[in-house]
Design a binder for this molecule. Structure first.
Ligand SMILES: [Zn+2]
Length: 116
């Protein structure tokens, strides 16, 4: 991978990271804004609020997972190990990195991990 390609992936990763951080911040801000419920049907309202909280927690987890994956990829750029499979150190194909610049494994290792 040449320097220009690496810079392009780095830029994509940095903007991905900013997006995750934004989403997390937005979600946390929204969580703080859940208004106290004044509906007469308190039980249903409480159940809705609980379901909403679970949903937000799931989303938060998803954003945090992605954030960590992207941060790890950026760390690999800095360490000069970007684009190398974390399992076998083979070069990760450009197609895989194009579809996800934070990709961790080469096709072969990914297939092995997904195999039952
Ligand atoms: Zn591999």
């Amino acid at each position: 991978m040449n320097a220009a390609e690496q810079t392009a992936y780095r830029t994509r990763l940095a903007s991905d990271l900013a997006q995750q951080v934004d989403s997390i911040a937005g979600l946390l801000a929204a969580t703080g804004k859940v208004a106290p419920d004044v509906s007469p049907d308190m039980r249903q309202a409480r159940m809705d609020a609980m379901a909403q909280q679970v949903n937000m927690r799931d989303q938060l987890e998803k954003f945090n997972l992605r954030r960590r994956k992207v941060e790890a990829a950026l760390a690999r750029v800095d360490a000069g190990a970007y684009g190398l499979c974390c399992e076998c150190r083979a070069t990760i194909g450009g197609e895989r990195l194009d579809s996800d610049p934070a990709e961790v494994f080469c096709q072969e290792c990914a297939d092995e991990r997904e195999a039952p």
